[in-house]
Design a protein around this ligand. Structure first.
Ligand code: TUI
Length: 313
């Protein structure tokens, strides 16, 4: 397989593992890289020294390229960037903000930079600032999300920039992968399915919640606070809804979510934990090795393409 993304990163399959806070550890990242995609360690809200340890650990688990996702809303974002520049993973992916101020230092360190964007304007800005590629993430995704769907965002971004475009949000299987390429993408980013990778060290309760999820179970909270987050419906999301409707203060609503990801990931608390996941959770049916997940996106795509060309004749 050869696309502008496989060329850019020196990988076998054009698939990036999503940078899921807590969930995307060195173990998962290494398994994805060893499987021929590119694994990503998520810095999330972790302090810089934790991120450094994760990068060092990943190096003991794989010789293949891997990356780090830096969540720009983190209070530790500056320190994490400094560590990343010292440790030099192959690529940095940013989320939840504008990485402009870090771009020159990352490039000088020889690190590729791929911002997640949720609009055409941001994609153009990132290209102008020197991004190597952009990840166009639709609102189907889990975690912190934008407004536009993958279906409308990806083709508009592909038309607006020259650099490679990676499609993200709602890509649950090879049909989604083919669709992403049809929309003009050069690769895909997948998060939710990798929660259920064997090598992912998230609590089994979290994985089982993803497997049990149905079509409308990945709901959005926090629209009123300006930082909408998609997670599986549970006691926590219902409490969020209640607080938002009651006109509670921003601080009170934010406080509810504190520690939620850790409760889900470490303790397996599926009631008060934040089970961040995308709409594709409903299409995740089993726990399997990361390498099998990767192949499932690309093996047998010829048959889909043959069917399409027969139908469109
Ligand atoms: O960042 C994500 N997804 C995330 S971050 C996260 S950690 C978190 N925990 C608790 C509450 C909130 C967050 C969980 N999931 N995805 C990438 C993404 N980036 N989606 C949307 C954006 C984005 C939005 C606005 C990127 C750039 C942007 O630009 C704003 C600007 O500065 O103009």
């Amino acid at each position: 397989m050869k696309t502008r993304l496989t060329d850019l990163l020196g990988i076998e399959y054009p698939i990036i593992q999503g940078g899921m806070a807590w969930v995307a550890t060195a173990e998962l990242a290494a398994a994805v890289s060893n499987g021929g995609g590119i694994g990503i360690i998520a810095a999330g809200g972790a302090p810089a020294d934790v991120v450094r340890e994760q990068i060092k650990k990943a190096r003991t688990l794989t010789d293949k390229p891997f990356g780090v996702n830096v969540m720009l809303m983190s209070p530790f974002a500056d320190e994490v960037m400094n560590v990343v520049i010292e440790e030099k993973p192959d690529v940095v992916i940013t989320g939840a903000g504008n990485p402009g101020k870090y771009m020159a230092d990352l490039k000088a360190a020889g690190i590729k930079i791929m911002p997640v964007i949720a609009s055409v304007a941001m994609a153009k800005k990132m290209e102008k600032d020197g991004a190597d590629a952009v990840i166009a993430e639709g609102t189907e995704a889990g975690g912190h999300i934008g407004e536009l769907t993958t279906m409308v965002l990806v083709p508009q971004v592909a038309d607006a920039v020259e650099i490679p475009v990676v499609a993200a949000g709602g890509i649950a299987d090879k049909r989604g992968a083919v669709a992403a390429f049809a929309l003009g993408a050069d690769g895909i980013q997948v998060g939710t399915r990798f929660i259920c990778a064997e090598e992912c060290i998230a609590h089994d309760n979290y994985k089982q919640a993803v497997i049990k999820a149905k079509d409308r179970d990945a709901v959005v909270t926090g629209r009123t606070t300006g930082a909408p987050v998609r997670a599986l419906k549970n006691k926590l999301t219902r409490e969020y809804d209640r607080l938002e409707k009651s006109g509670a203060s921003f601080e009170e609503i934010e406080q509810l979510g504190v520690g939620g990801l850790r409760r889900a990931f470490q303790e397996g608390d599926v009631q008060t934990g934040s089970l961040m996941a995308g709409q594709s959770a409903a299409m995740v049916t089993k726990i399997e090795p990361a390498a099998d997940i990767i192949r499932s996106y690309f093996d047998g795509t010829d048959e889909i393409l043959d069917n399409i060309s027969n139908q469109l004749k």
